[in-house]
Ligand binder design. Structure first.
Ligand code: ADP
Ligand code: MG
Length: 253
């Protein structure tokens, strides 16, 4: 989807900095995501990608700088309030409630993140299950799911917040190639419904099949940010990936 050109972007990171002792995960980071935009983020392990999502969602406080959602400074806002303001996220390590059914897992998200109750929460959960292709396993316990189903459930729980922007953290990791194709189709459908996507992923061809824009994070800074093929051809980006066997061929689109 073509990003809307508005004065105030959907999501803006403004001079964001964060260190864990000597480890710098964000170093004066600036980033803007427009309504309906799709942004992919790559970067070496330990670059701070997951920490970046944690600062956007409110799970981690930055040392300085601001997180701005639709022009509102949410830097000090609690995670559940940010979720209600339009931020949905998945976690790199899927963590469903293993003893609850898939339906119940999504119901919890619809209740907590979207603030829905009773019938409205149940209806929202069912709609999200359908969108995420999880209706056939709605009554299966979270602990009994395949990896692809767990990844779908992560996306579904993020969607239950009725987000304006969905943050995806390595949801394609560990999947087989046909499963990656299925997941890419799901993410594209979510974006087609108007939700902006920010997707951290090592499976680069899943990103290039999905995103309009790619950024590379290293040392707490964006070393490249722009059109995906240009970013992947960037010498600094290629250098960072030497030895990481990143495959950019074989588009799944
Ligand atoms: N809560 C934490 N406390 C201390 N160090 C952390 C914490 N979270 C992440 N780190 C460190 O910050 C760096 C970036 O981690 P992370 O954001 O998970 O990177 P990525 O997702 O890019 O692999 C790593 O060196 C990691 O060990
Ligand atoms: Mg990570």
């Amino acid at each position: 989807m073509v990003p809307a050109q508005t004065a105030s972007p959907l999501l803006r990171l403004d001079d964001l900095s964060k260190s864990f002792g000597q480890v710098v995960v964000a170093d004066g980071l600036d980033l803007a995501v427009g309504t309906g935009e799709t942004l992919g983020i790559v970067g070496p392990n330990g670059a701070g990608k997951t920490s970046l999502f944690a600062m956007i969602s409110g799970d981690l406080a930055p040392d300085s700088g601001r997180v701005v959602l639709e022009g509102v400074d949410v830097t000090a806002m609690a995670p559940h309030r940010r979720a209600r303001a339009g931020l949905g996220r998945t976690y790199q390590i899927p963590r469903p409630f293993e003893g609850m059914t898939v339906f119940e897992n999504v119901l919890v998200a619809a209740t907590e993140a979207a603030g829905l109750r009773g019938r409205a929460a149940a209806d929202a959960a069912m709609e999200v299950l359908e969108r995420a292709g999880l209706l056939p396993v709605a009554n299966t316990r979270g602990g009994a799911l395949t990896l692809l189903q767990r990844k779908r459930l992560e996306v579904a729980r993020g969607l239950a917040a009725a987000p304006k922007v969905l943050l995806l953290d390595e949801v394609a990791g560990g999947l087989t190639e046909p499963e990656v194709v299925e997941l890419v189709a799901l993410v594209r459908a979510v974006n087609a419904s108007g939700v902006a996507i920010v997707w951290i992923e090592h499976v680069v061809h899943a990103l290039t099949a999905t995103v309009d824009r790619l950024a590379c994070l290293a040392g707490g800074r964006l070393v490249a940010d722009g059109e995906p093929s240009a970013v992947l051809a960037d010498p600094t980006v290629r250098e960072l990936y030497l030895g990481h066997a990143v495959t950019v061929e074989g588009d799944v689109a």
